[in-house]
Design a protein around this ligand. Structure first.
Ligand SMILES: *Cc1c(COP(=O)(O)O)cnc(C)c1O
Length: 388
């Protein structure tokens, strides 16, 4: 575990962000922190432990395996499974107290069968909570609002399931255009209709939630019983809902990036004018220069499309990555006889200000024509997470 390419995770920043979220949201509103995809690449167990210490109500994962990892690490907080699992995975939902999102008669019927069998085998007379997902315009999973009453009834009439909540997901709440904000409000109205349909069946809809980070920050009127922040937990703002925008609206909100991606200079090589660098020979030295070789590449999550454009920070100064990023290595032009760069010096790819990095995940996202979410979750397993 002495590899020099690593991700440093600042525990205090994670805690700070969770405290900021708790302060920002009305105290009656519950919080469900998304820790899917290994906590957006930040270590799900660590994030869950801190969230649990901070009294967060729910954690959200995408797969049953992700939920099991948390349970095996001793996490007791409620876990919401945001995606659909397969029939062979269903038994674990009951065994490990994982709350699934459900919709569709077929899926609910399969769950009822599994729950009945589980309770029979274990001689239990309990009811397991499920949350009904409603598709109000995301176009992903969920029933249509007009089907919600019927599906809630199917759940309520079963012996071992009960409706613990309802949820929907916004498609464009991170955009500020009038059209998109209007679309978000329409989704919210549709969700309210679904909730009313369930109530009309005489069924308690339970904990209703719709907002992820963007709506949490920008649309307090849609918070309902619970919000589901993901990206802001890790210190990044969702697209157009930036720090500046929120401050201008008098809704200032402060968070700090949690992860620094760093490596070291493992070789310094002298190159002559006219020599080409890396695959495809896309870069040619215009003059005699020195090149630092870094042991980080796209198999670590340093996406190939960050170059050309990416600059890395060594001892407080920025230097350009030159030529293509390889699977395991990349090269940086440090200029001839650079007295500021030495073998084994630390190199910062991105991170919070206090790390000394000049890039954030948002800067890399711009270079890679993507979003901070993808920059963070692209960091692979090969990169050790060092928690400090
Ligand atoms: C990932 C996810 C979230 C969190 O989204 P952020 O934009 O990261 O806040 C919330 N709800 C659902 C259903 C999700 O899939």
């Amino acid at each position: 575990m002495n590899r020099c390419t690593k991700a440093i995770i600042y525990k205090e920043n994670l805690k700070y962000n969770l405290q900021q979220i708790r302060k920002y949201v009305d105290k009656n509103v519950k919080i469900c922190v998304a820790v899917k995809a290994d906590g957006y690449g930040h270590n799900a167990v660590l994030t869950a432990q801190i969230a649990q210490e901070e009294g967060i109500d729910f954690l959200a994962v995408a797969t049953v395996d992700e939920a099991l990892e948390l349970r095996n690490a001793g996490i007791k907080t409620n876990i919401l499974l945001l995606s659909i699992c397969t029939p062979p995975e269903m038994n674990d939902l009951f065994e490990y107290q994982i709350t699934p999102l459900v919709f569709s008669k077929e899926y609910i019927t399969l769950l009822i069968k599994t729950a009945d069998l589980f309770c029979e085998t274990h001689n239990l007379n309990t009811k397991f909570k499920v949350h009904l997902a409603v598709d109000t315009g995301m176009g992903r999973i969920g029933c249509y609002p007009e089907e919600a009453g019927e599906q809630a009834k199917l759940i309520a009439d079963s012996k071992h399931l009960e409706l613990g909540g309802m949820c929907t997901h916004f498609a464009v709440s991170d955009s500020l255009s009038d059209d998109n904000q209007k679309y978000t409000m329409q989704q919210y109205e549709q969700f309210k209709i679904a909730v009313e349909n369930v109530k009309a069946q005489g069924i308690n809809p339970g904990i209703c939630s719709c907002g992820s980070s963007a709506a949490l920050l920008n649309n307090p009127e849609v918070h309902f019983d619970m919000v589901r922040p993901g990206i802001i937990t890790y210190g990044y703002y969702p697209d157009e809902i930036t720090h500046e925008y929120l401050t201008s609206k008098g809704k200032s909100f402060d968070i700090k990036p949690v992860l620094t991606l760093e490596t070291k200079v493992v070789a310094i090589r002298h190159f002559y004018k006219g020599k080409s660098i890396s695959y495809g020979r896309t870069y040619t030295c215009e003059e005699d220069t020195d090149i630092a070789v870094l042991p980080i590449g796209y198999a670590d999550g340093l996406l190939r499309r960050y170059s050309p454009g990416l600059e890395v920070t060594i001892n407080g100064k920025n230097y350009p990555v030159c030529g293509r990023i390889c699977m395991d290595q990349c090269m940086v032009n440090i200029g001839k006889d650079n007295k500021d760069v030495h073998l084994w010096d630390k190199v910062l790819i991105f991170g919070p200000k206090e790390s000394g990095a000049s890039n954030t995940a948002d800067d890399l996202a711009k270079l890679g024509k993507t979003i901070s979410y993808e920059v963070l979750t692209s960091i692979t397993k090969r990169v050790q997470r060092v928690i400090i």
